[in-house]
Design a protein around this ligand. Structure first.
Ligand code: NAD
Length: 367
């Protein structure tokens, strides 16, 4: 019989957001309530509005009261934000600003995206089974620096024509702190770290490579390799299993993690963690608010439930509960249950049926 140990009290903030965010968060909340009833876990749950829901209620995507709640929470679970209703708004006022605001205010600089293929879903991958069976890659993306944040930026007029400008910038401190996260993650896995850059062209990534080599001296048990980003994109679809942990900057990580996502079948399966220097984090599915299926019971809640598992693993250091949730998801899929995105025919489980089934699998594991 599996056991979950008692724990110190944890304060978890739920931010469902928009679209299917509400539906998948309802399943996460059911799972947390179940864990509280059946185990000695001591969790306090509160909720807040972000994204379009907060714009409708408070006129802004990230109200200061919610940011304050987030600062006081031990961990944050986020559904997804955005949707057509708010697309006409000025870019600075759109729902997606809530994400950037949370990430930068809480200094969530390390984004961890595991790409793990659940064996029962092998057929859903875009690659051949032998290339992806037992696939388990961890992509670590720097999240609060690089070209997405560098100044100066903008569009101006020069010599009578429009000129667009962004600045790709990293300082040593930013590179070092993400490097330490990546080496530590590799130590807990197969001890192989591949750093992805474009050091043959961009000076900023030449510095990235130099700093990675310096930090590597503190982790002699981890094998560090370097790869140019264009090659990494190709290798991810050619021989994905050559990778264990991949670390890269903000923009390259954005692109490579979406490539890795497709290897696993459905975007509805992929969780992520965004951590600060102390391991406090925000956990969310990789996908968006899926307005095309919102309110129809078609959303796959598994990326959200696997994000709950990541919260236990990375913020609460509770690997046991994380493993149990992940095993419950695998067992549910092995029984053949599929949401609409995974189903190969017209029959599918609704969002809440899938959530209930994961809880039933967890109950069996707890004995
Ligand atoms: P999306 O990820 O919402 O949807 C892409 C496709 O995947 C859609 O066909 C959708 O139905 C499907 N899909 C996504 N999640 C699913 C799930 N759990 N189960 C089943 N199918 C799922 O991306 P999009 O359509 O480009 O964006 C929609 C909105 O979400 C936009 O407003 C965008 O800005 C926002 N967005 C938010 C986040 C976030 O909150 N982190 C991330 C990406 C996009």
């Amino acid at each position: 019989m599996a056991k979950v140990n008692s724990s110190s009290p944890r304060n978890i903030l739920l931010l469902p957001g928009d679209g299917i965010g509400h539906e998948i968060m309802a399943e996460a909340e059911k799972l947390l309530n179940f864990l509280m009833q059946k185990t000695a876990l001591d969790l306090t749950i509160s909720t807040g509005a972000v994204g379009g829901a907060a714009i409708d209620q408070f006129g802004e995507p990230l109200p200061s009261s919610v940011l304050m709640q987030a600062k006081h929470a031990d961990a944050i679970l986020l559904g997804a934000v955005g949707g057509p209703k708010w697309e006409a708004l000025d870019i600075a006022k759109r729902p997606e600003k809530a994400l950037l605001g949370l990430r930068s205010s809480l200094e969530l600089f390390a984004n961890l995206r595991p790409a793990i293929l659940a064996e029962p879903l092998m057929a859903a991958s875009s690659l051949k089974p032998d290339l992806v069976s037992n696939l388990d890659i961890l992509i670590i993306r720097e999240l609060t620096g690089g070209i997405y944040f560098g100044q100066p930026r903008g569009v101006s007029i020069e010599n009578g024509e429009r000129v667009g400008l962004n600045t790709y910038r990293y300082n040593e401190t930013e590179i070092k702190r993400i490097a330490h996260v990546a080496f530590k993650a590799a130590q807990k896995r197969n001890k192989r770290l591949c750093s992805v850059d474009k050091a043959n062209v961009l000076e900023v990534t030449e510095l990235w490579r130099e700093v990675l080599n310096e930090v590597a001296e503190e982790y002699p048990d981890v094998e560090l390799t370097h790869m140019y980003v264009d090659n990494a994109a190709m290798q991810l679809v050619r021989q994905p299993k050559q990778f264990d942990v991949v670390v890269t900057g903000n923009m390259f990580g954005d692109i490579l993690s979406d490539i890795a996502a497709m290897l696993t079948g459905s975007i509805g399966m992929l969780p992520s963690a965004s951590l600060d220097v102390n391991g406090k984090g925000m956990f969310e599915p990789v996908h968006g608010s899926a307005p095309d299926i919102a309110g129809q019971g078609k959303a796959n809640p598994l990326a959200m439930l696997l994000s709950v598992a990541m919260m236990f693993r990375y913020s609460f250091n509770d690997h046991n509960t994380a493993n149990l949730i992940e095993q419950a998801v695998t067992n549910t899929l092995a029984q053949g249950l599929r949401t609409a995105d995974l189903s190969e025919n017209d029959t599918y489980a609704t969002t809440s049926e899938m959530g209930d089934s994961v809880i039933a699998s967890l109950e069996k594991l707890l004995g």
